[in-house]
Design a binder for this molecule. Structure first.
Ligand SMILES: *[C@@H]1O[C@H](CO)[C@@H](O)[C@H](O)[C@H]1NC(C)=O
Ligand SMILES: *[C@@H]1O[C@H](CO)[C@@H](O)[C@H](O)[C@H]1NC(C)=O
Length: 379
């Protein structure tokens, strides 16, 4: 089962309770033609969401503002090519629904067992953020005890990863109104992190893709993520000998990890496209982010003065299946490595095809591009 639950504020819940079930269902049935299967529960509206293909298709290609696939037959004035994650009321004047429009989005992929860490993390984000929770353990209703959770959007699918959720629910046309998008893990210590200040620094230093530095409380995987005590931001680092082919390339520069990334909407519009539907762990993605913020050694960086602590709780890792006598976390780890390999191979292949492509460009007839478009059903 996959549900998206959006919760009205406590006052709206009270008022809603006065309405009869049938009125709500009838009303919603007419306004949300795109969705199927709406039910009203104690917790909010349970809505079956469209598949990723439906979402991707709805906003595919042609970003020049004049033509959207499927909308060619419509008068342009009625076409809404993007949407948003702002909740609305069921009554009153639609123009007055949104009292305060958040500028940024933060998502946390959560299990209920991590509620204390999430409670801390949420306290750092002001009302300038829309909050979305991706639940991988199916325990949505239990968050109801927290007032802040009642104002968030909750999306639930059992045992899915944050990149699975991000690919499906953060399509660039869905998050279009936000300036910055935080796609964060659940196990981050935020004692030394102020989200508004973070935004100020990211803007000041022109970072399209960033992460808060990590406090060096344990062995870090990558040097570049380590907090430097005497700067606001750093964009490159000296790695261990032999780790970087080029000091301007990952992991020495143009690099952040995938645990707590922050994207500008422009960068996200690009990054969303390299997330593969089947490679759910996102391993290797960090090495390719640089393609989406050029020049990467200037536009990707680590914010030192607002930093976090990675607490490494392998909570989703424990949700695997024991297989062939191996522990569930081992199976998950194996899959991560396998995905990384697959991702590298696909990227290499794509690069080669696209090189072939550009060498063909003089003729205006690119065979690989033609074949690609054909296999995508575009021609
Ligand atoms: C926009 O895209 C459509 C189809 O891709 C094309 O026909 C049209 O000429 C483009 N318009 C502009 C202003 O680029
Ligand atoms: C929200 O952002 C605006 C503009 O960046 C800022 O002036 C305001 O203080 C922020 N709100 C909060 C609650 O921090």
């Amino acid at each position: 089962m996959m549900v998206i639950t959006t919760m009205p504020s406590p006052t709206s819940q009270k008022r809603l309770a006065k309405l009869t079930m049938s009125i709500i269902t009838a009303f919603l049935g007419t306004v949300t033609g795109f969705f199927i299967g709406i039910t009203w529960t104690k917790f909010g509206l349970m809505i079956r969401v469209p598949s990723s293909q439906e979402i991707a298709h709805a906003g595919m290609e042609a970003r020049n503002g004049t033509s959207y696939p499927g909308a060619e037959v419509l008068p342009p004035g009625i076409v809404e090519p993007t949407t948003d994650l702002f909740t609305r009321r069921l009554w009153g004047n639609p123009a007055d629904d949104i009292e305060y429009q958040p500028k940024y989005l933060v998502t946390f992929t959560v299990g209920y067992d991590q509620k204390d860490m999430i409670k801390e993390a949420i306290s750092k984000f002001t009302k300038n953020w829309t909050v979305v929770f991706f639940h991988y353990d199916g325990r949505i209703n239990e968050w109801d005890e927290f007032e802040w959770a009642q104002e968030a959007i909750h999306i639930s699918a059992l045992k899915q990863t944050k990149w699975w959720f991000a690919k499906r629910f953060l399509h660039p046309d869905v998050v279009a109104p936000f300036e910055y998008i935080f796609i964060w893990d659940e196990d981050l210590g935020v004692e030394h992190f102020d989200a508004e200040e973070y935004i100020r620094l990211v803007k000041k230093h022109g970072l399209e893709i960033s992460q808060p530095a990590l406090e060096d409380n344990q062995a870090l995987t990558w040097e570049i993520t380590k907090r430097s005590g005497d700067s606001e931001v750093h964009k490159n680092v000296q790695e261990r000998p032999g780790w970087c082919q080029d000091p301007r390339l990952p992991p020495c520069a143009g690099f952040v990890e995938i645990m707590a990334p922050v994207f500008s909407i422009a960068a996200w519009r690009c990054v969303w496209h390299i997330i593969q539907n089947d490679l759910v762990h996102g391993w290797g993605l960090d090495f390719e982010l640089r393609r989406c913020a050029q020049p990467a050694d200037e536009k990707i960086g680590v914010v030192d003065s607002q930093y976090i602590v990675h607490k490494t709780s392998a909570s989703l890792g424990n949700q695997g299946e024991p297989l062939n006598g191996r522990a569930s976390w081992e199976g998950v780890r194996d899959r991560c490595h396998q995905e990384w390999q697959l991702f590298r191979e696909r990227m290499e292949k794509a690069d080669q095809e696209s090189k072939l492509d550009s060498s063909d460009d003089s003729t205006g007839h690119s065979k690989t591009r033609y074949l690609k478009r054909k296999s995508d059903g575009l021609i």
